[in-house]
Design a protein around this ligand. Structure first.
Ligand code: 13P
Length: 255
């Protein structure tokens, strides 16, 4: 099977605090990833910063948003639509991040958002992940339900427009020592592909990129992708440190 291009997604969360700093980080990353050939890089800044980066001509970079609403317009205070994000350059949208689920986002809302993203011609980066690992392996069932519910309503052809980001919540925002072990990541990515294969077909399932997130840093990026056999990474805190993020992208290019 043809090897997929690796995908490195930088989720800036609600950082940096000023647009000036955002410009500096973006410029440094842009310089650093020149020459990257086999890896797709997606930067997801806070949405209000998207217009600043829209003009970037880079073929390596794409822009993404961290959230969206499923309606196209209406009396929905505080929400933004897929069309609005698209106008300002977003090609991807992170949906169902655990930090949003913690604020009350349900699988049902995630499913509506995923459908809206795909209908708008954008790609959905769908986040799943258990909050803890129990000895009896209940997290397998938890993930299964999360995937089934978050993808409900998708047709087989829609799967070309999704990326599954597996982010075990207990590994987020720590250091590489606390990330999941590559062998466990491999097990989980196989499990996710098997679920998709049962829901759709093997052929479709194996084309859906599965990426890992949770304390991905320079030290573990290569081993997660090579031994863990995932299609890329969803990087949080290190996506704001240009020199580290650039090294992570370079690791993906050779993984
Ligand atoms: P960290 O890389 O900071 O652990 O964050 C992971 C994450 O939540 C990315 O979406």
């Amino acid at each position: 099977m043809k090897k997929q291009r690796k995908i490195i997604v930088g989720n800036w969360k609600m950082y940096p605090e000023t647009s000036e700093r955002a410009k500096e980080i973006f410029a440094a990353i842009s310089r650093g990833v020149r020459g990257i050939k086999k890896t797709e890089v997606v930067i997801c800044p806070p949405s209000v910063y998207l217009p600043i980066f829209k003009k970037s001509k880079s073929k390596i970079f794409s822009l993404g948003a961290q959230n969206v609403f499923w309606e196209m317009a209406g009396a929905y205070t505080g929400e933004v639509s897929t069309k609005m994000l698209s106008e300002f350059g977003a090609k991807f949208v992170i949906v169902g991040h655990s930090e949003r689920r913690r604020l009350g986002e349900t699988d049902e809302a995630v499913s509506k958002k995923v459908s809206a993203v795909i209908r708008a011609g954008l790609k959905a980066i769908i986040c799943i992940g258990e909050s803890e690992r129990d000895v009896n392996g209940a997290y397998f069932e938890f993930l299964k339900n999360q995937i089934k519910n978050s993808l409900s309503g998708l047709r087989p052809a829609d799967l070309q427009k999704i990326i599954i980001a597996y982010e075990p919540i207990w590994t987020i925002g720590k250091s590489y020592n606390d990330a999941m072990k590559p062998s466990d990541i491999h097990e989980m990515s196989l499990y996710i592909k098997k679920l998709l294969s049962d829901m759709y077909s093997k052929e479709i399932a194996f084309k859906v990129p599965v990426i890992y997130g949770g304390s991905a840093e320079v030290e573990n990026a290569f081993s997660i992708m090579s031994e863990g056999q995932v299609d890329g990474l969803l990087v949080g805190h290190k996506s704001l440190v240009p020199e580290d993020f650039i090294k992570i992208v370079k690791a993906a290019d050779v993984a």
